[in-house]
Design a protein around this ligand. Sequence first.
Ligand code: HGY
Ligand code: MN
Ligand code: MN
Length: 399
Amino acid sequence: MGVNQLMAEIAGVGKDAKRGGYSRHVYDYADFELRDWFIDQALDTGLDVHTDRNGNIWAWWGSPGAGAVVTGSHLDSVPGGGAYDGPLGVASALAAVEILQGKGFEPARPLAVLVFAEEEGGRFGVPCLGSRLLTGAIDPDRARALRDADGVTLAEAAVKAGHDPKRFGADPESLARIGCFVELHVEQGRGLIETDSPIATGSSIIAHGRYRFSFSGQGNHAGATRLTDRHDPMLPAAAMIAAARRSAAAMPDARATVGRLVPTPGGTNVIASSVDLWLDARVAGTGRTAALVEDITAAALAAAEAEGCALTVTEESYSDDVVFDETLRGRMDKVLGGVPALPTGAGHDAGILAAHVPSGMLYVRNPTGISHAPDEFAEPADIDSGAAGLARVLEELAG
Ligand code: HGY
Ligand code: MN
Ligand code: MN
């Protein structure tokens, strides 16, 4: 089945009527539906499927073995996300295998399609959770205890999904099978709009981290409490958001975002007792993300003190700069015919794997340049070019 048909099959799964776009999170109903869809498609394509101890799904063409050429991405989304971020890489991987099977290609080495769990961290807050667990980049006890917005732990959600969370953790045997990893992904910026190429390879990913800022003050009555008697955590929270933009603007090509803010108790006529907000900070260069966060934290602390509030800052995840394997990218380039090589500010499982195995990315043009929002888009013709390009890359690597 062609990649556009595969994408059409899942277009209705996990639609978010309230936010728009899609909300598909690990071990929720949409995830179950997408996992079942992927497994059915993979079995129809003659692949052998198994789910590893960390909830990542492997679909093998040939028996699992060392030196495997692995491709894939993720099926989960951010809240209210687009249709392509993640699923396009999975559908393109399935379509690329079918293209190769259709031309009678026989891989000379094992080949697998891999679907990672919870790449966005949309439910449990840590991005690339499945690939971090696989590679040992996160402590399994910490992972098991991660809680979603309803207080459900990853361990509880995994049990409900039929997995055994006691098995979470580094999986050196599975990791050792990967000879190289290539992830196809919708482009999440304007990099390909300014060129006339429908596809590109990935050159690098800038460092990025997530930090939880918790301001606490004194809950109180919105009408009966004079301004002079207040310790309102919303004030330093607002100051921190403005400081994030100010600090990032002062640092070349830095990015700082607060997209999630949760006041407690959250009443219209109530002065909040505490406010949690999450900073997404990204800038290339060793130590520069830390410097950016320090700058923002200093301003947040000063604002908290001025309002008689307290502040704690917790780093929830961090990924260093990634430069994708030059040799692998050269081999991709050879068969793709000199397409652009794009740096990106978006994190990927390929970025986590890059510390362990030669990894690369193949981007498909997004004419809107918008991602993590319902407007994310890719033209069907460019999507076909992506799957065809991925098939050529897999043929080159597994031939
Ligand atoms: O947030 C990111 O960069 C990726 O989409 N997980
Ligand atoms: Mn994403
Ligand atoms: Mn993604």
